[in-house]
Design a protein around this ligand. Sequence first.
Ligand code: IPE
Ligand code: IPE
Ligand code: MG
Length: 246
Amino acid sequence: MSEENRKIPQHVAIIMDGNGRWAQSRSKARVAGHKAGVETVRSSVTTARKLGVKALTLFAFSSENWLRPESEVSVLMELFMFVLTREVKRLHKNGIRFQIIGDVGRFSEKLQKKIKESETLTENNTEMVLSVAANYGGRWDITQATKQVAEKVNNNELSIDDISEQVMNEHISLNGLPDLDLLIRTGGDYRISNFLLWQAAYAEFYFTDTLWPDFNEDAFKDAIFSFDKRERRFGLTGDQIKNNPE
Ligand code: IPE
Ligand code: IPE
Ligand code: MG
Protein backbone atom coordinates (compact mmCIF):
# COMPACT_ATOMS: atom_id res chain seq x y z
CA MET A 1 0.00 0.00 0.00
CA SER A 2 1.31 3.46 -0.79
CA GLU A 3 2.21 5.69 2.12
CA GLU A 4 -0.64 8.08 1.30
CA ASN A 5 -3.44 5.54 1.75
CA ARG A 6 -2.43 4.27 5.14
CA LYS A 7 -4.53 4.88 8.21
CA ILE A 8 -2.62 7.32 10.41
CA PRO A 9 -3.17 7.33 14.18
CA GLN A 10 -4.56 10.67 15.30
CA HIS A 11 -2.95 10.57 18.72
CA VAL A 12 0.45 8.98 19.30
CA ALA A 13 2.30 8.81 22.63
CA ILE A 14 5.90 7.74 23.16
CA ILE A 15 7.82 6.46 26.17
CA MET A 16 11.23 7.74 25.09
CA ASP A 17 13.44 5.18 26.78
CA GLY A 18 17.03 4.05 26.37
CA ASN A 19 19.09 7.26 26.53
CA GLY A 20 21.28 6.03 29.37
CA ARG A 21 22.06 2.70 27.71
CA TRP A 22 22.77 4.43 24.40
CA ALA A 23 25.41 6.58 26.12
CA GLN A 24 26.86 3.71 28.18
CA SER A 25 27.29 1.58 25.06
CA ARG A 26 29.52 4.38 23.73
CA SER A 27 31.41 4.70 27.02
CA LYS A 28 29.85 8.10 27.59
CA ALA A 29 28.10 9.54 30.64
CA ARG A 30 24.33 8.89 30.77
CA VAL A 31 23.59 12.57 30.25
CA ALA A 32 25.20 12.40 26.80
CA GLY A 33 22.32 10.08 25.92
CA HIS A 34 19.76 12.62 27.11
CA LYS A 35 21.43 15.28 24.98
CA ALA A 36 21.42 13.01 21.93
CA GLY A 37 17.77 12.23 22.67
CA VAL A 38 16.82 15.87 22.20
CA GLU A 39 17.56 15.59 18.48
CA THR A 40 15.22 12.60 18.28
CA VAL A 41 12.49 14.66 19.94
CA ARG A 42 12.98 17.29 17.28
CA SER A 43 12.80 14.85 14.35
CA SER A 44 9.79 13.04 15.84
CA VAL A 45 7.81 16.25 16.07
CA THR A 46 8.61 17.04 12.45
CA THR A 47 7.75 13.52 11.27
CA ALA A 48 4.49 13.37 13.22
CA ARG A 49 3.33 16.68 11.80
CA LYS A 50 4.36 15.70 8.28
CA LEU A 51 2.36 12.47 8.46
CA GLY A 52 -0.75 14.23 9.74
CA VAL A 53 -0.74 13.06 13.36
CA LYS A 54 -2.98 15.45 15.31
CA ALA A 55 -1.58 14.94 18.80
CA LEU A 56 1.86 13.76 19.91
CA THR A 57 2.47 13.11 23.60
CA LEU A 58 6.03 12.49 24.84
CA PHE A 59 7.05 11.07 28.22
CA ALA A 60 10.05 13.16 29.26
CA PHE A 61 10.24 12.78 33.03
CA SER A 62 8.22 10.54 35.31
CA SER A 63 7.08 11.13 38.88
CA GLU A 64 9.59 8.40 39.81
CA ASN A 65 12.58 9.86 37.92
CA TRP A 66 13.27 12.22 40.86
CA LEU A 67 14.76 9.14 42.52
CA ARG A 68 17.70 9.18 40.10
CA PRO A 69 21.08 10.61 41.18
CA GLU A 70 20.73 14.33 41.79
CA SER A 71 23.37 15.16 39.18
CA GLU A 72 21.34 13.41 36.46
CA VAL A 73 18.09 15.09 37.56
CA SER A 74 19.65 18.53 37.49
CA VAL A 75 21.11 18.02 34.00
CA LEU A 76 17.67 16.90 32.82
CA MET A 77 16.12 20.08 34.25
CA GLU A 78 18.75 22.28 32.60
CA LEU A 79 18.24 20.48 29.32
CA PHE A 80 14.53 20.96 29.59
CA MET A 81 14.93 24.70 30.10
CA PHE A 82 17.44 24.96 27.27
CA VAL A 83 15.26 23.04 24.82
CA LEU A 84 12.14 25.03 25.68
CA THR A 85 13.99 28.28 25.11
CA ARG A 86 15.48 27.12 21.84
CA GLU A 87 12.58 25.21 20.29
CA VAL A 88 9.35 26.97 21.17
CA LYS A 89 9.61 29.59 18.45
CA ARG A 90 10.09 26.85 15.89
CA LEU A 91 7.04 24.98 17.20
CA HIS A 92 5.05 28.19 16.99
CA LYS A 93 6.20 28.85 13.43
CA ASN A 94 5.00 25.37 12.48
CA GLY A 95 1.55 25.91 13.97
CA ILE A 96 2.06 23.49 16.86
CA ARG A 97 0.32 23.96 20.20
CA PHE A 98 2.58 23.05 23.10
CA GLN A 99 1.54 21.98 26.58
CA ILE A 100 3.00 20.26 29.59
CA ILE A 101 1.07 17.58 31.44
CA GLY A 102 2.18 16.66 34.94
CA ASP A 103 2.71 18.20 38.33
CA VAL A 104 4.74 21.25 37.31
CA GLY A 105 4.60 22.71 40.84
CA ARG A 106 7.78 20.84 41.72
CA PHE A 107 9.85 22.57 39.01
CA SER A 108 11.84 25.76 39.61
CA GLU A 109 9.99 29.09 39.36
CA LYS A 110 12.06 29.92 36.28
CA LEU A 111 11.10 26.72 34.51
CA GLN A 112 7.45 27.10 35.45
CA LYS A 113 7.47 30.61 34.02
CA LYS A 114 9.05 29.39 30.79
CA ILE A 115 6.44 26.62 30.52
CA LYS A 116 3.59 29.13 30.98
CA GLU A 117 5.04 31.49 28.37
CA SER A 118 5.47 28.66 25.86
CA GLU A 119 1.93 27.41 26.40
CA THR A 120 0.49 30.91 26.05
CA LEU A 121 2.49 31.71 22.92
CA THR A 122 1.27 28.60 21.11
CA GLU A 123 -2.23 28.22 22.55
CA ASN A 124 -4.15 29.10 19.37
CA ASN A 125 -2.15 26.88 17.02
CA THR A 126 -4.08 24.13 15.29
CA GLU A 127 -1.69 22.02 13.16
CA MET A 128 -0.81 19.57 15.94
CA VAL A 129 -0.76 19.42 19.74
CA LEU A 130 2.55 18.49 21.34
CA SER A 131 2.12 17.46 24.97
CA VAL A 132 5.21 16.79 27.02
CA ALA A 133 4.69 14.73 30.17
CA ALA A 134 7.00 16.09 32.85
CA ASN A 135 6.81 15.05 36.49
CA TYR A 136 3.95 12.97 35.20
CA GLY A 137 2.57 9.72 36.51
CA GLY A 138 -0.61 7.94 35.47
CA ARG A 139 -1.54 7.40 39.11
CA TRP A 140 -0.92 11.07 39.87
CA ASP A 141 -3.19 11.96 36.94
CA ILE A 142 -6.09 9.80 38.13
CA THR A 143 -5.60 11.12 41.67
CA GLN A 144 -5.61 14.79 40.62
CA ALA A 145 -8.75 14.22 38.52
CA THR A 146 -10.43 12.53 41.48
CA LYS A 147 -9.55 15.49 43.70
CA GLN A 148 -11.08 17.95 41.23
CA VAL A 149 -14.27 15.89 41.01
CA ALA A 150 -14.46 15.54 44.82
CA GLU A 151 -14.07 19.30 45.14
CA LYS A 152 -17.08 19.80 42.87
CA VAL A 153 -19.13 17.37 44.94
CA ASN A 154 -18.01 19.25 48.05
CA ASN A 155 -19.17 22.54 46.54
CA ASN A 156 -22.52 21.01 45.51
CA GLU A 157 -21.69 21.55 41.83
CA LEU A 158 -22.01 17.82 41.20
CA SER A 159 -23.75 14.92 42.94
CA ILE A 160 -22.08 11.56 43.49
CA ASP A 161 -24.56 9.92 41.12
CA ASP A 162 -23.39 12.26 38.36
CA ILE A 163 -19.82 10.96 38.51
CA SER A 164 -19.32 9.00 35.31
CA GLU A 165 -16.43 7.95 33.08
CA GLN A 166 -17.24 11.00 30.99
CA VAL A 167 -16.91 13.32 34.01
CA MET A 168 -13.62 11.69 35.02
CA ASN A 169 -12.40 12.04 31.45
CA GLU A 170 -13.04 15.77 31.54
CA HIS A 171 -10.61 16.13 34.43
CA ILE A 172 -7.85 13.82 33.21
CA SER A 173 -4.83 15.22 31.35
CA LEU A 174 -5.13 15.34 27.54
CA ASN A 175 -8.90 15.68 27.67
CA GLY A 176 -10.15 17.40 24.55
CA LEU A 177 -7.59 15.62 22.36
CA PRO A 178 -8.45 12.61 20.21
CA ASP A 179 -8.33 9.33 22.15
CA LEU A 180 -4.88 7.78 22.34
CA ASP A 181 -4.47 5.49 19.32
CA LEU A 182 -0.88 4.31 19.47
CA LEU A 183 1.54 4.03 22.40
CA ILE A 184 5.18 3.46 21.43
CA ARG A 185 7.98 2.45 23.79
CA THR A 186 11.60 2.47 22.67
CA GLY A 187 14.46 0.85 24.57
CA GLY A 188 13.36 -2.78 24.64
CA ASP A 189 11.22 -2.97 27.78
CA TYR A 190 7.61 -4.11 27.76
CA ARG A 191 5.96 -1.99 30.41
CA ILE A 192 4.00 1.23 30.85
CA SER A 193 6.07 2.69 33.73
CA ASN A 194 3.11 4.65 35.15
CA PHE A 195 2.52 6.58 31.91
CA LEU A 196 -1.00 7.17 30.53
CA LEU A 197 -2.90 4.57 32.58
CA TRP A 198 -6.39 5.98 31.99
CA GLN A 199 -5.85 7.21 28.43
CA ALA A 200 -4.25 3.98 27.16
CA ALA A 201 -7.42 1.93 27.77
CA TYR A 202 -7.82 1.11 24.05
CA ALA A 203 -4.49 2.25 22.63
CA GLU A 204 -2.50 -0.04 20.37
CA PHE A 205 0.99 -0.79 21.74
CA TYR A 206 4.22 -0.81 19.77
CA PHE A 207 7.46 -1.89 21.43
CA THR A 208 10.87 -1.62 19.81
CA ASP A 209 14.39 -2.48 20.97
CA THR A 210 15.73 0.65 19.29
CA LEU A 211 17.15 3.04 21.87
CA TRP A 212 15.60 6.51 21.87
CA PRO A 213 18.59 8.42 20.37
CA ASP A 214 18.58 5.92 17.44
CA PHE A 215 14.84 6.19 16.83
CA ASN A 216 15.10 8.06 13.54
CA GLU A 217 12.46 9.09 11.01
CA ASP A 218 12.32 5.66 9.36
CA ALA A 219 11.94 3.91 12.71
CA PHE A 220 9.12 6.25 13.69
CA LYS A 221 7.42 5.76 10.33
CA ASP A 222 7.57 1.97 10.79
CA ALA A 223 5.81 2.41 14.14
CA ILE A 224 3.15 4.72 12.75
CA PHE A 225 2.50 2.57 9.69
CA SER A 226 2.16 -0.55 11.85
CA PHE A 227 -1.07 1.00 13.14
CA ASP A 228 -2.73 0.47 9.77
CA LYS A 229 -2.46 -3.31 10.22
CA ARG A 230 -4.15 -3.41 13.60
CA GLU A 231 -7.78 -4.44 13.88
CA ARG A 232 -9.28 -2.41 16.69
CA ARG A 233 -12.27 -4.26 18.05
CA PHE A 234 -13.22 -2.24 21.16
CA GLY A 235 -14.87 -5.31 22.67
CA LEU A 236 -16.76 -6.37 19.53
CA THR A 237 -16.06 -9.46 17.45
CA GLY A 238 -13.87 -9.39 14.35
CA ASP A 239 -16.93 -10.13 12.17
CA GLN A 240 -18.85 -7.21 13.60
CA ILE A 241 -15.99 -4.90 12.70
CA LYS A 242 -15.61 -6.32 9.18
CA ASN A 243 -19.33 -6.03 8.41
CA ASN A 244 -19.50 -2.51 9.73
CA PRO A 245 -16.28 -0.67 8.90
CA GLU A 246 -16.36 2.99 10.08
C1 IPE B 1 14.77 7.77 29.16
O1 IPE B 1 16.02 7.19 29.09
C2 IPE B 1 14.82 9.22 29.56
C3 IPE B 1 14.36 9.50 30.92
C4 IPE B 1 13.81 8.65 31.73
C5 IPE B 1 14.53 10.87 31.38
P1 IPE B 1 16.69 6.50 30.36
O2 IPE B 1 17.52 7.53 31.05
O3 IPE B 1 15.68 5.85 31.20
O4 IPE B 1 17.63 5.47 29.65
P2 IPE B 1 17.94 3.98 30.14
O5 IPE B 1 16.62 3.27 30.27
O6 IPE B 1 18.65 4.09 31.45
O7 IPE B 1 18.79 3.42 29.07
C1 IPE C 1 10.02 5.87 31.67
O1 IPE C 1 11.33 5.43 31.56
C2 IPE C 1 10.00 7.36 31.86
C3 IPE C 1 10.43 8.14 30.71
C4 IPE C 1 10.74 7.72 29.53
C5 IPE C 1 10.48 9.56 30.95
P1 IPE C 1 12.11 4.85 32.83
O2 IPE C 1 13.44 4.46 32.34
O3 IPE C 1 12.05 5.82 33.96
O4 IPE C 1 11.21 3.59 33.21
P2 IPE C 1 11.61 2.31 34.06
O5 IPE C 1 12.25 2.82 35.31
O6 IPE C 1 12.57 1.52 33.27
O7 IPE C 1 10.32 1.60 34.29
MG1 MG D 1 14.92 3.93 31.20
